[in-house]
Design a protein around this ligand. Structure first.
Ligand code: FES
Ligand SMILES: [Fe+2]
Length: 385
């Protein structure tokens, strides 16, 4: 059997000497399970979007890598995530998105929790007509709260509870994009789409990080945003991606376009950036819209991409740009669909038993290597303490 530690140390070399992650990281169930613990549950993974629970009392169940979670909007307007499991006999609490007003009631024996997860009532727990029992201490039986941080509407969670705070780990990135720390509005129904792709979730990240493939995979995009108009974005052990210097705003036939986010610096006149927030969130920033992609790993060779677009203006107050928003979503969908054959092809390629992880072009692939290096670091870090 191959020694994974030796192989991962090769991944952690400088880009000019490094190999990519071994095939097992894309094809083996055992490695997928290990990555679930050491990469996805041990860090801040995206599980969904806060816009899906707009009103107090809204709840939405989300299963992430088998883990049942419940996204909740509290009466105070905060987004919370609980383990979606009743503290009594372990029943799933909520099966479908809905508004529960003030109470999450377990459908099995009607134990009730408030929207901060506190166990409030336990009917007949002490026998018929007795709603308390000395052995059932409600204070000890709150719902298990998952650490949560919302950034650009993406709901990030740290499932194992041991990661550094989100805004500590992502301090540089939040600083980089601090101009976008302002209201952004989801574009509505047509600004939301999903793609299910036969690939490992990491290949979607790896492909997103680089602009090298543009001329061949995105000829349309490349006609105005050429390879030489792009720059790499890479912060060792933090995040990576790519930027363009020639972003062009979409225009309708009357020359109307989307309004800009407020008070952006000159860089964003023609600049746009595409960054992978490790492990599984891909974000795009432009002067007039943002998008977020949450990669949901369904299996080692299957990933669901949840894509949502946001604007500087409220769609309810700008219905005249409804068609333009729909067109923008369609353009992005076309670009993301163009990527499918390569991420699926790389997945199939990883069944080639003689593949050795491949090589990185030091000139073109360093943002992708940055991600490999980070994954290998997570996999070799002892997170048991
Ligand atoms: S399992 Fe939830 S109340 Fe019994
Ligand atoms: Fe692409």
């Amino acid at each position: 059997m191959k020694d994974q530690t030796i192989e991962l140390s090769q991944v952690m070399q400088e880009v000019k000497n490094a190999r990519g992650l071994p095939n097992e990281h894309y094809t083996s169930q055992a490695t997928f399970d290990l990555e679930k613990r050491k990469v996805l549950f041990a860090n801040w993974s995206g599980i969904g979007f806060a816009k899906d629970v707009p009103n107090p009392g809204d709840v939405k169940p989300i299963t992430f890598l088998g883990m049942p979670l419940l996204l909740v909007r509290s009466p105070e307007g905060e987004v919370k995530v609980f383990q979606n499991t009743c503290r009594h006999r372990g029943m799933i609490l909520v099966d479908e998105p809905k508004n529960v007003k003030k109470v999450i009631r377990c459908p099995y024996h009607s134990w009730c929790y408030d929207l901060n997860g506190n166990l409030k009532t336990t009917p007949h727990v002490g026998g018929p007509g007795q709603n308390t029992h000395e052995n059932i201490c409600t204070e000890d039986l709150s719902l298990f709260t998952i650490r949560t941080f919302v950034w650009h509407d993406v709901v990030f969670v740290n499932i194992d509870g041991n990661a550094e705070p989100f805004d500590v780990i992502n301090k540089e990135l939040m600083e980089r994009w601090k101009e976008f720390a302002q209201p952004a509005y989801h574009g509505g129904e047509k600004s939301s789409f999903k793609l299910t792709v036969k690939t490992n979730w990491k290949l979607a990240v790896e492909n997103y990080c680089e602009s090298y493939h543009l001329p061949w995979v995105h000829p349309g995009l490349n006609s105005y945003s050429r390879l030489e108009d792009h720059y790499h974005i890479e912060e060792p052990n933090l995040y990576s991606g790519q930027g363009t210097l020639v972003y062009q705003q979409l225009e309708n036939k009357d020359g109307d376009n989307f309004p800009d986010f407020k008070e952006l610096s000159e860089h964003w006149d023609k600049g746009a950036e595409y960054i992978a927030v490790y492990p599984n969130v891909l974000l795009g920033a432009h002067r007039d819209h943002l998008f977020g992609i949450v990669l949901e790993p369904l299996a080692n060779d299957q990933t669901k991409e949840h894509i949502e677009l946001y604007y500087a203006e409220d769609p309810k107050l700008s219905t005249e740009r409804e068609n333009l928003r729909a067109e923008n979503a369609k353009l992005w969908k076309t670009v993301f669909e163009e990527d499918i054959f390569v991420v699926e092809g790389m997945q199939r390629g990883r069944h080639g038993e003689h593949f050795d992880g491949g090589r990185f072009s030091p000139a073109m692939d360093s943002p992708t290597h940055n991600f490999h290096h980070w994954v290998a670091t997570q996999m070799t870090t002892d997170s048991s303490n």
